[in-house]
Ligand binder design. Structure first.
Ligand SMILES: N[C@@H](CCC(=O)NCCCC(=O)O)C(=O)O
Length: 248
């Protein structure tokens, strides 16, 4: 049986003071494999992206985390000096997300990918969650990779939601490595989990034609050791396999 093809849009970074590279962190590639898929890295072609053709290549899409921030003009905010942006990634992922959701292509968003889905569908972001009144600091604590990706806070699943059904419980501990976060949830999205400060930590697309879930934390990190991460990846992988079967 052929593996479902899981497209992973790349970041586009200037590396080593020499030239641009198109990149995906290895843990996302491994997570796509863990979901039963064949990962296909999609370059950040920006406005030249052949969106419909890219969708024909894949059975699902995984939108990854990244240290870069979505350019604020995409959600109606002013740009900030010194912000680390990746405009070519934005110009690739935002149209791809809208087209994938319209076409019922399974979508999983993680961290920046979660923020991208919200912005693509008309939501807005806090640029510094930790500076918002009453909100906690969701940034990583630094240190070793194990310290950075350690479980950091609980999330409470929305009663009767997709994620609660997948998790089989009401609450779980998650890691946390983001400075930005959802300010206004896009109208097409339903919250699936919240942090103790009320921040939306997961959502699904209301009435989606296919699997469409996103989380602010990192289920790809050492997913093999975490039952919630395994459940999310398994559900995504099954949806991708079902699309592969339908496409023949
Ligand atoms: N820049 C955004 C998104 C944060 C994010 O995706 N972090 C991931 C870090 C690297 C990785 O694990 O892939 C923000 O700060 O909110």
């Amino acid at each position: 049986m052929k593996h479902p093809v899981i497209g992973i849009p790349c970041c586009r970074w200037w590396l080593k003071e020499s030239q641009f590279f198109h990149l995906v962190g290895e843990k996302y590639v491994r997570a796509a494999v863990g979901a039963g898929g064949l990962p296909l890295l999609l370059p950040a072609l920006g406005e030249a992206t052949p969106v419909a053709q890219m969708l024909e290549l894949v059975d699902g899409l995984l939108f990854t985390g990244s240290p870069s921030n979505i350019e604020p003009h995409h959600y109606g905010a002013a740009s900030v000096d010194g912000d680390f942006n990746d405009p070519e990634r934005d110009a690739t992922t935002l149209p791809l997300i809208r087209a994938a959701i319209d076409a019922g292509v399974p979508v999983l968003g993680i961290c920046r990918g979660f923020q991208e889905i919200n912005v693509a569908l008309g939501g807005t972001l806090h640029r510094k969650v930790h500076e918002e009144p009453g909100m906690h600091d969701h940034r990583d604590p630094g240190g070793t990779l194990d310290e950075m990706y350690a479980l950091a806070h609980p999330v409470r699943f929305v009663e009767g939601g997709v994620l609660q059904a997948l998790a089989g419980c009401t609450e779980a501990q998650v890691n946390s490595l983001h400075g930005q976060g959802i300010a206004r949830l896009a109208p097409a999205l339903a919250a699936e989990a919240h942090a103790p400060d009320g921040l939306v930590e997961a959502f699904s697309v209301k009435g989606a034609r296919g699997f469409a879930l996103a989380v602010q934390w990192h289920p790809e990190w050492q997913h093999q050791d975490n039952p919630l991460s395994l459940a999310i990846l398994e559900a995504f992988g099954k949806a991708c396999a079902a699309r592969r079967d339908r496409r023949g």
